[in-house]
Design a protein. Structure first.
Length: 297
């Protein structure tokens, strides 16, 4: 898998100027950065503890200067956003109706701690104002009322949801979006790559649920959004058989989410994106997934 082209281009340009930048700033303190990482055993099962020595990180093909800490899901509050497509293309989708109908149960299972919070954002040709951040008690009183109609602005919705999460989440929180859509954008002002850049800069991981049943032309768009941010895409779903399996897998992934604090190899420009690779020794037999890039601090 490769990083989408615009971000890859940005990274190449940054790397070409790295030596000069670093030479001018020799002796300057390199700021630690945080990145979401998913770590499980070979059967995608939970691992009780992960230490800094259990993983390796390279940024721009150089080993990170140090890995300071690895925080597990139980140490970090969850901030999760549910982004729901209400465009006219969803009106006849059996997958859409099935997954939206089971959404309350999924969210209640995701909000395990009193400190966990969720917000809902809907969109068609425009993006509705997100709800406030809600804990489980507040969410139980929330009523979801959807009326499909209008065009599809999924990139705008993802871009705004990531910005909202960034503004309403503590730095040490797990930030997750679940996007329910067919991904067939025809109305956004933001491009797909601009939306992905916003999410990477905000350390938001995205799981996409494709409602087109057979995997329409928006499938590749949803796949790019999820893979670049470290999430997963769920597609070609059966409205009767796939609901429990899909939501259960997302819950497992959230439970296997870690936050890795590391010091990059050299001085970096704040706000810029740098290529990220996280791995573990073969002997540990662990499966690791991470975003394709991180934002320097």
């Amino acid at each position: 898998m490769t990083l989408y082209r615009p971000v890859a281009t940005i990274i190449v340009l940054i790397l070409s100027s790295f030596c000069c930048c670093y030479a001018l700033q020799t002796g300057a303190k390199v700021a630690a950065v945080s990145a979401p990482v998913f770590i499980s055993d070979e059967q995608q099962g939970h691992i009780d503890a992960v230490a800094p020595g259990d993983i390796s990180i390279t940024d721009a093909h150089k080993n990170a200067a140090s890995i300071m800490a690895v925080h597990s899901a139980t140490e970090l509050p969850l901030r999760i956003g549910i982004v729901i497509d209400t465009s006219r293309s969803q009106a006849s989708s059996r997958v859409y109706g099935a997954f939206v109908g089971s959404l309350t149960d999924f969210v209640n299972k995701a909000l395990k701690s009193p400190t966990d919070q969720v917000f809902i954002e809907t969109f068609d040709s425009s993006v509705a104002k997100p709800t406030r951040m809600m804990d489980q008690v507040e969410f139980s009183q929330y009523k979801l009322n959807l009326q499909p109609g209008g065009a599809t602005a999924v990139y705008d919705a993802v871009d705004k949801a990531c910005t909202f999460l960034d503004l309403n989440s503590a730095p040490d929180s797990r930030r997750v979006l679940v996007v329910i859509s067919d991904g067939d954008d025809n109305q956004s002002h933001a491009t797909r790559n601009e939306a992905i850049t916003t999410c990477l800069s905000s350390s938001v991981v995205i799981f996409t649920i494709d409602t087109s049943e057979t995997g329409g032309r928006g499938k590749s768009e949803l796949k790019s959004i999820s893979e670049n941010t470290g999430g997963l895409e769920f597609t070609k779903l059966n409205p009767k058989k796939s609901i429990a399996v899909t939501y259960s897998r997302i819950l497992d992934e959230i439970g296997n989410q870690y936050q890795v604090i590391f010091v990059p190899a050299g001085q970096e420009k704040p706000g810029q994106l740098y290529r990220l690779n996280v791995d573990s020794p073969a002997s540990t037999k662990r499966r690791i997934r991470a975003p394709k890039a991180y934002s320097a601090k």
